[in-house]
Design a protein around this ligand. Structure first.
Ligand code: IPM
Ligand code: MG
Length: 372
């Protein structure tokens, strides 16, 4: 008799606000079905985060949620925020008050944002069809726990003449640059073996150090990688001019924030884009701890109506299987199921181009039926 050892994967799921709970529900069903085919069981519990955290516990990242995340190997995150909490001071709003402390608490320094546009959806891109007819496939690797987001001092004060003065500080150390470069190198090796590092070395000291450290690090780790450097203003321009000149884009926190939104919009629909934020060290399954989230927002206008596109959340769960649990085959199975569903012509409202659109349930059904 053959004995199969079932692999148990442990993660928290944080559905959050708006469409978060609906699309999370789809992702969990897809994971469960995938587990049956690929021999793993999901052990997961949901916890409040974001606006619902503020409503139920008085904070966007309740301590109970943080503790639950500390006892697992990964976080599957929905999305947070909405009109209800928009009048709060910026630092208390769900997006910032939940995400930034989570990134810091788990030192999630590596943010991977795949910019993919399926050729079938090329018409959704705001770019000219001759530029995107073959689709887009660019990976943005963004440093996520350093730079101007977290550097101290960070403050506002009133000067003697009555004006106010605000300071943010941009700091990078070589260690921070090396570890994100290593991630980019690993990612590039699985793709086109090409990295474009983006900085502002004509103006910023941190960028001079960035450029130098990235060059040295790649030289040491894998000189076969085709490395180029680009100033961020030029990169922003090149990305709309000819996105497929890039394979892996490697950049610091704030430039990555901006360029990854640009990459997302040229890919046509936020409803299709996933992301991964990886930490240092290894989790109990020997892989990096990570937080996985769709790139789109909470879409308050369609929340609770069963119209949300679950693809980005489902694709985020595939990234979780790949990076935090080493389940590459299962991850590919999910990604292929989503691809096949899109190929079959099924469209939620956000990706429909005139054809009748379906709701979350039909999309879910179609994805589930394609998990072998
Ligand atoms: C993102 C978001 C966050 C960021 C905000 C919500 C703090 O824009 O994940 O890109 O700036 O990193
Ligand atoms: Mg952003």
């Amino acid at each position: 008799m053959e004995v199969f050892l079932m692999n148990t994967i442990r993660f928290t799921n944080l559905p959050g606000d708006g469409i978060g709970p609906e699309v999370m529900s789809t992702a969990l069903k897809v994971l469960e079905k995938t587990g049956k085919a690929y021999n793993f069981i999901c052990e997961t519990a949901d916890h409040d985060v974001g606006g619902i955290g503020i409503d139920n516990h008085g904070e966007a990242l309740p301590s109970s949620t943080l503790e639950a995340c500390q006892s697992v190997d990964a976080i599957l995150f929905g999305s947070v925020g909405g009109p209800k909490w928009e009048s709060l001071p910026p630092k208390d709003q769900p997006e910032r008050a939940a995400l930034l402390p989570l990134r810091k608490a788990f030192e999630l320094f590596a943010n991977l944002r795949p910019g993919n546009l399926f050729p079938e959806l090329a018409d959704l891109s705001p770019l000219r069809s001759d530029v995107v007819s073959n689709g887009i496939d660019v990976l943005c690797v963004r440093e996520l726990t350093g730079g101007i987001y977290f550097g101290q001092p960070k403050s506002t004060r009133t000067l003697e003449d009555g004006q106010k003065e605000a300071i943010d500080t941009m700091i990078y150390r070589t260690g921070e640059i090396e570890r994100i470069t290593e991630i980019a190198v690993k990612a590039a090796a699985l793709r086109g073996n090409k990295i474009c590092s983006v900085d502002k070395a004509n103006v910023l000291e941190t960028s001079v150090l960035w450029r130098q450290t990235v060059s040295e690090c790649i030289n040491r780790l894998d000189p076969s990688i085709e490395l180029s450097h680009m100033y961020v203003d030029n990169a922003a321009m090149q990305l709309v001019r000819d996105p497929n000149q890039f394979d892996v884009l490697l950049t610091e926190n704030m430039f990555g924030d901006i360029l990854s939104d640009e990459l997302a919009v040229i890919c046509g629909s936020l409803g299709m884009l996933a992301s991964a934020s990886l930490g240092t060290g290894t989790n109990s399954s020997g892989h990096p701890f990570g937080l996985y989230e769709p790139a789109g927002g909470t879409a308050p206008d369609i929340a609770g109506k069963g119209l949300a596109n679950p693809c980005a959340q489902v694709l985020s769960s595939a990234l979780m299987l790949r990076y935090s649990f080493g389940l590459e085959d299962a991850a590919l199975a999910i990604e292929n199921a989503v691809k096949e569903t899109i190929r079959s012509g099924l469209r939620t409202g956000d990706i429909s181009q005139g054809e009748p659109s379906v709701g979350t349930a039909e999309m879910e059904e179609a994805i589930l039926s394609r998990i072998a």
